[in-house]
Design a protein around this ligand. Structure first.
Ligand SMILES: [Cu+2]
Length: 141
């Protein structure tokens, strides 16, 4: 039994060593025809993973506006600059492109399959198309 526990623990440590980096592009137009959009609407990642946002087109950024309790909102990123954020707290995170949020340029990050803060995220008022898109994305979680 002791051996089983030890080998299980070393397996978990091995897993913990492989945190992934996910890339999301900031785009003027996506393959599906949507304009002013991130390449992924919802990113499902594991605790400890990092997401890197890359400005493929100009005029965009990443501004976090909500997350699980304990998450300190980072400063909004500079327009046209790459930004990377590591996620250590499970839950749903909401971010927008500052100039295009009302045009629907928003995204969700779901860390560790935890959607327990869904209600608090749904209470965020982005405005315009951003609000409608948030409602649609949350209804699919
Ligand atoms: Cu934008």
């Amino acid at each position: 039994m002791k051996y089983v526990i030890i080998s299980f623990m070393s397996f978990m440590f091995t897993l913990a060593g492989f945190s992934a980096e996910i890339v999301i592009d900031m785009l003027n137009k996506r393959d599906d025809g949507q304009r002013m959009v991130y390449s992924k609407d919802v990113a499902n990642i594991a605790v400890g993973d990092t997401i890197k946002w890359v400005p493929k087109d100009g005029g965009h950024n990443v501004e976090f506006i909500a997350g699980p309790s304990g998450f300190e909102l980072p400063p909004k990123s500079y327009i046209n600059k790459e930004v990377a954020i590591k996620f250590d707290i499970p839950g749903i995170y909401l971010y927008v492109c500052s100039p295009h949020s009302i045009m629907g340029m928003i995204g969700l990050v779901v860390v560790g399959d935890d959607i327990s803060n869904k209600n608090s995220i749904s209470g965020v008022d982005i405005g315009g198309k951003g609000s409608r898109k948030l409602k649609a994305l949350l209804s699919n979680l």
